[in-house]
Structures are given as C-alpha cells and as structure tokens.
Design a protein around this ligand. Sequence first.
Ligand code: UDP
Length: 342
Amino acid sequence: MELGSTMRHVLVTGGAGYVGSHACRMLAKCGYKPITIDNLSTGHRWAVRWGPLIVGDIADHRLLVDVIAKYRPVAVMHFAALSLVGESGTQPARYYDNNVAGTITLLQAMQQGGVNRFIFSSTCATYGQVEHCPIAETAPQVPINTYGRSKLMVETILRDFVSAHGLNATALRYFNAAGAAAEDGIGEAHQPETHLIPLVIGAALGQRGPIGIFGDDYATPDGTCLRDYVHVNDLATAHVLALERSAAQDGFSAINLGTGRPYSVLEVLAAVGLRAGCPVPRKIAPRRAGDPAALYADPHLAREMLGWTARESDLNKIVDSAWAWHAAPMEGRDRMEVRLAV
Ligand code: UDP
C-alpha cells in the first residue's frame, strides 16, 4: 500500500497510553490506520499494536512535520499529556510545557502540513468543584489543579485556532475512564497507579494491601464519593464518531463523555467483591484533598452530536474487563513489542 493513498491514516499522539491505545484499536476496527507518536514516558511499546510507533516527542516540531508529510493523516487525535493531578501541583512548568506548549507545537505542525481535524483528549477536571450534578458542557470551568488548568488552556487555544485558522476541533471531556480490552492485550497500566478500580482489583487479588477509602462521611447516600465510570472502549468509540463528524462539521465543540449514572466508592468495592467471590480488604482513610463529593456527566450532548451512548459502561462489565486485564500474567507484556514497519 502506498503511504497516504487510499489508507486513511490518523496521527495519534500518546497512542501507547491507556485511552490512546484503545482509540488505536477502535480506529483499526473502523478501517483507519493509526500512526502513533509517543515518547514512552508513561506509555508502553506493547500497547501499540495496530500501526507503527514513532518514538518521539510532541515538542519536536521537525519530527511532527516529517511524520505528517510522510503519512498525510486525515486527522490528529491528541492524547499525549501528563495527567497526574498531585504531580501537576508540584511540577507546574513540566505540565504546562508538555500539555500546553507541546500542543501548540503540534497544532503548528498540523497547520504546516495542511491537517485540519483535531480530536482532543480533555477532561471533567476542567470543571473543578461543581455546585451541581449532572454537569452539562455549559457549566462554569474553574479547574482546581494544574492538570485541569493545562487542559482548559488547550481548549481556549483551540477556540482561538478555530477562529484564526479555521481549525476543526473537538474536545472530549472524559469522566472516569476505566476497564480494558484485555482480549486484545491492552488495559490500564499506570505507574504509579492512582485510580480506584485498578487499586481495588489489586487489593482483591492480594497484589497490594487493603484499599483505603478516601472518606466515608460525604453527603452522599453511603457517605463515599460518587463518580461517573465510563468504559475506555466507549471513550474510544466516541473518538471515532467525533472524527467522522468532523469531516462534515467545522468549528469547535466540547462534549462530555460519561454515562450520567454515578457509582460510589463502596459500590465499586461491592462489584469487585462480587467478581472476586469475597469482600475486598479495605480501610477507611482520610479524605483526599480536592475530591468533590459527586462528579457525573450530563451525557445528552454526546448523544445529540455524536449519536454516542456508553454501551459497555455498566459497572459489572467495567469490572469484569478490568479484572481480566489485571489478573492476566504481567510477564511478557514488556517483551511483547509488536514492531511494525514505520
Ligand atoms: N479513591 C479512593 N481510594 C483510592 C483511590 C481513589 O477512595 O485509593 C476514590 C477517590 O476519592 C474518588 C474515586 O475513588 O472518589 C475515584 O478516584 P480516581 O482517583 O480513580 O479518579 P478521580 O475521580 O480522582 O479522577
């Protein structure tokens, strides 16, 4: 196949990461060829299975221009970002440099290469401490940490590129990504892991000590925090739908990706306990700073604009898929380097 002929390439920054790798899988299922650029700072070589991996940084303008010239992608999906909330507070320069300056470099390379369609991995962290749930896209965006501010800054920059240069940009604001496509060898593998579901599964499997429940005295039905867990495969599907919509629609759109049905920390523990066949070892821990009691999406706009609803995000399905991933032997994942010709 000639590069850039009939094969529809999509440039995926951060395609070796958690959501990015699942998006690559879905792109391939839908007839696209994902071209991953990833610096492997947090991503994994083994997660790049559906197209070439170019090991490099989004700060490298020359590299981006060359890759765009070579593959002539129809669009860019941009996942590459630092995403640890705590770390973002202690290393703001790194976060703004990577997440904001890196994105500007990428947008400039796209402009130079004549690529106009951009799907951006944004977050519900751009809303901050909300007064009211479910959260609609029109809610005030007042992020309370550096990570959320870096993502909001990019949304602002995208709006400016849309009006100045006719960029076509969609920001997808994820709620709590969870689950795995274990049958295809990908899943959540953060180092360090801070997210609830993998930690609870780790506790149930005896891979770590009891799970600490960060506060049981919130004003919620069972006293623990409510979150909107959305299966990573559903997120991936939404990206492909946004990509397809962007062929016919211009401008800037921001769309929530959540289910609108929140679960508490204790409900997550119960679902994992059900899967494990015994209660998950637990202890009550102090509240975590910056954790709102409830955070869940109004998902109507995604249905209206993308025709998307979460189909795999039932909590038991999420837990089953994550369980299949975390219970699988880790050996070999780092050796499972599927090297495809660049
Ligand atoms: N949580 C918890 N113990 C942990 C990790 C998380 O109780 O070890 C809670 C956390 O307070 C929040 C929910 O689980 O209410 C989801 O947290 P996570 O870090 O997975 O996602 P976040 O909502 O912070 O993006």
